[in-house]
Design a protein around this ligand. Structure first.
Ligand code: PLP
Length: 341
């Protein structure tokens, strides 16, 4: 077993380790578990978030390959795009964001505020596409332009989720298990949102390779649980192959101790429910912590649901991974105001 991440090219983008904070008033409100907040939302660059850990490996490889241009994809309010834009600014790379209008939201706040405004501030070129065909055509045009200019392009997948990006959360697993061990906490349930999958895959793979006894509890925010489980299994296998270790899968092996649930997706990706707004109010009013309505809000709604179902023993440690997303909240400002009054 090898957890040697040093042999991969990596650029430092965030401030590590991120804090692991007590949340006594939230724990009290949930009436069972002892909740700790892993603050991957306050890690420095570009307003922060979970994509920075992946980008350290993805852009490390891009620089090693001599890339000068980065192209990536996402929804209009993608946090991944915004963090990629900030990282490219710091590294002096040209950033092209190909954004697809796939969330049923429109209006001034969603289309022009939040992450979209920050993308432009960081100097990214933003290409808004109406559908998948336009997205594919735009991508091809950007590749042709770069070829004509003699530029070298690195293309990053949606959410930065591939085997290499997953290593960022293998590193996070090592960091988190170290922090828990330092506090004398031997096991915990790690609650985390799952979108494109590398965050959960990396945490599951990293904790498995460490032989840590806890469990990752994923709340899918975009795909049915079976699809999300398959995706994270594929990412964990790809990352394991890069590390040169055997590839554990979530289904036929106890090696990846992860459970994926989808009970708080609601109508779909990027569409908050009343339970999501209630979870935002709970975290804000007990701990002064702001969640986002697309990812962390849905994971927090799941945490509330699971606690209410008696899933956690009294005093059991639960680590809620705050993956960021605050700028995206401003895209939903009118809904936030309506939900808070
Ligand atoms: C992208 C994102 C996630 C999901 O992470 P994946 O690795 O894509 O599953 C969770 N929270 C926030 C705030 C994000 O931006």
């Amino acid at each position: 077993m090898s957890l040697d991440l040093d042999r991969f090219p990596r650029v430092k983008l965030g401030t590590w380790p991120t804090p692991l904070e007590d949340a006594p008033r939230l724990s009290e409100a949930l009436g069972g578990p002892t909740v700790l907040l892993k603050r991957d939302d306050v890690n420095g660059l570009g307003a922060g978030g979970n994509k920075l850990r992946k980008l350290e490996f993805l852009l490390g490889a891009a620089l090693a390959d001599g890339a000068d241009t980065v192209v990536t994809f996402g929804a209009l309010q993608t946090n991944h795009g915004r963090q990629t834009a900030a990282a490219c600014a710091r590294l002096g790379l040209r950033c092209e964001l190909v954004l697809t209008a796939k969330v049923p939201r429109s209006g001034e706040a969603y289309e022009r505020s939040g992450n979209v405004a920050l993308d432009r501030l960081f100097g990214a070129r933003v290409h808004v596409c109406a559908n998948a065909d336009e997205t594919a055509a735009t991508y091809q045009r950007l590749l042709d332009e770069a070829a004509a200019d003699g530029r070298t392009v690195t293309t990053l997948p949606v959410g930065g989720s591939n085997g290499l990006g997953t290593l960022g959360y293998v590193a996070a697993a090592i960091e988190l298990v170290g922090q828990l061990t330092e506090r004398g906490i031997e096991s915990a349930r790690i609650v985390v949102p799952q979108g494109s999958g590398a965050t959960v895959a990396g945490l599951a793979l990293g904790t498995a390779l460490l032989g840590w006894p806890g469990r990752v509890e994923a709340a899918s925010v975009s795909h049915p649980a079976d699809e999300a489980r398959e995706e994270l299994g594929r990412l964990a296998s790809d990352a394991a192959a890069l590390l040169g270790v055997g590839s554990p899968t979530p289904n036929d092996s106890p090696a990846l101790n992860v459970r994926v649930q989808d009970g708080t997706i609601g109508p779909g990706y990027g569409v908050p429910t009343e339970a999501v707004w209630a979870a935002l109010r709970l975290f804000a009013s007990t701990e002064g912590v702001v969640l986002d309505p697309v990812y962390t809000g849905k994971a927090a709604a799941a945490l509330v649901e699971w606690a209410g179902r008696g899933e956690f023993a009294r005093g059991e440690h639960v680590v809620f991974v705050h993956t960021g997303g605050l700028p995206g909240l401003y895209g939903y400002a009118p809904e936030l105001v309506a939900a808070s009054s």
